[in-house]
Design a protein. Structure first.
Length: 425
């Protein structure tokens, strides 16, 4: 019986939204699972025609999910996903509560769930997906997850138990992700053409996932992603089913991965190339992921930057966009991870030369200020520690300039509440 968990969840969601306490993306599901641990299984069993897509990985889940949703909708499908980024079990349950009627019916063709890396095995105990998309593995929230080997080992064990009809969409350029497809029947790979360069010091997976030998690279896109091979055991990058596309809705190498993933997933589901191109043309970024927000007549673009890989890519991308005014916001709350030592693996030394002014803020503002102090060079621009960060950023820049903010996750949520007046979670 799922009527009472649904009713309780919908009531909590209504109260949360009515009083502007949040979007109702976690607590409704939490209470439903408390009252019935099999709530998710039961509601999905009532909707056997619903196709489920799971997306996991350190970086790119929300953007990739929204890309896939946009393409599928352009092809005439009804789609929903856990849009608020609540990617634990309670977030999945909350989304099902919001989208279903009181009998548990879901009038949709597809459900897309982005899933926390550590939660994927638990989700697979409750959800039987049609497609599993695995993007990448980078060091992130080390106090919760540990090193990437721990996560990849958990994933490999969980994937060994999935239904043989389940399709996997995997990143050929990430050694640990690609290796997960070794014993799976229905696998497709995406990649991005890289360039010849030395693997950087912040790379997270430079050793063979099969034998442990150090990998060789013909080319690299960023971090440890590239055309890799192992001379000892012969394991090498699988040939990608997609590594180029005609159109890119967002700048940055990391968004090429997101777009290739979405296109390959959509084509696997029968989407036409024509509709894919139209969908990408109309695509708008997800909250905090290169999203542009207008505030007090100013344009502010937010680049969520939560670990060394994403921070380096954000800095590289905004440099390509000729950014001049930058605010860095570092928090160490539960969604960010308490350990902020990862900022010492961000390549500030080579990415801060072109800014007119740099402001730093957040719960761990002085850690970031110290990091920038050590990155400082004779030609580096001065930076300021600020408390009223958004207002100070606005005051420091000419009116026609786009302002750029690179926050960690909880800082991004705080910023959006300031800029839009609404909470996400």
């Amino acid at each position: 019986m799922i009527f009472f968990p649904l009713l309780i969840g919908k009531l909590i969601s209504f109260i949360s939204k009515f009083f502007n306490l949040g979007s109702g993306s976690t607590w409704p599901g939490h209470m439903a699972i408390e009252s019935d641990p099999n709530f998710i299984k039961k509601i999905l069993r009532r909707n056997l025609n619903l196709k489920v897509i799971l997306i996991a990985g350190t970086n790119g889940k929300t953007t990739t999910g929204k890309l896939i949703q946009t393409i599928l909708e352009k092809n005439g499908n009804k789609v929903f996903q856990n849009e608020a980024g609540a990617n634990l079990l309670n977030g999945v349950a909350s989304t099902l509560i919001e989208k279903s009627n009181l009998t548990g019916g879901l009038d949709y063709d597809f459900a897309i769930f982005e899933i926390d890396e550590n939660t994927l095995p638990l989700i697979l105990d409750n959800v039987y997906p049609n497609i599993i998309v695995l993007l990448n593995l980078f060091r992130d929230q080390l106090d919760r997850y540990g090193e990437v080997n721990i996560i990849s080992d958990k994933w490999k064990k969980a994937l060994s138990l999935i239904d043989k009809k389940t399709n996997l969409i995997l990143n050929a350029d990430d050694p640990k992700i690609a290796y997960l497809g070794a014993d799976i029947r229905n696998v497709k790979y995406f990649g991005v053409k890289g360039k010849e360069q030395v693997i950087d010091h912040a790379s997270d997976s430079a050793y063979c996932p099969k034998c442990g030998n150090k990998l060789d690279y013909k080319s690299i896109t960023f971090s440890h992603l590239g055309d890799w091979s192992c001379k000892k055991c012969g394991l090498k990058r699988p040939k990608p089913d997609l590594e180029n596309f005609e159109s890119y809705a967002l700048p940055g190498a990391y968004n090429r991965y997101n777009i290739h993933t979405a296109v390959l997933t959509a084509k696997t589901l029968g989407a036409s190339n024509e509709k894919i191109l139209i969908a990408l043309k109309d695509f708008k970024p997800a909250f905090g992921r290169q999203e542009i927000v207008e505030y007090k007549g100013r344009k502010i673009q937010i680049f969520l930057s939560k670990n060394p890989a994403s921070f380096n890519q954000s800095l590289e991308t905004i440099n390509e966009l000729k950014a001049k005014h930058l605010l860095l916001v570092l928090n160490d709350r539960i969604p960010d991870g308490r350990d902020v030592s990862w900022i010492w693996d961000v390549d500030f030394e080579n990415n801060l030369k072109n800014f007119k002014n740099i402001l730093v803020s957040g719960d761990r503002v002085y850690d970031m200020a110290l990091r920038l102090k050590y990155a400082d060079r004779n030609d580096a621009k001065p930076y300021d520690v600020v408390t009223d960060a958004v207002e100070d950023l606005i005051d420091s820049a000419p009116k026609n300039d786009i302002l750029y903010i690179l926050p960690t996750y909880s800082a991004m949520l705080d910023l959006r509440k300031i800029l839009t007046g609404k909470k996400i979670l």
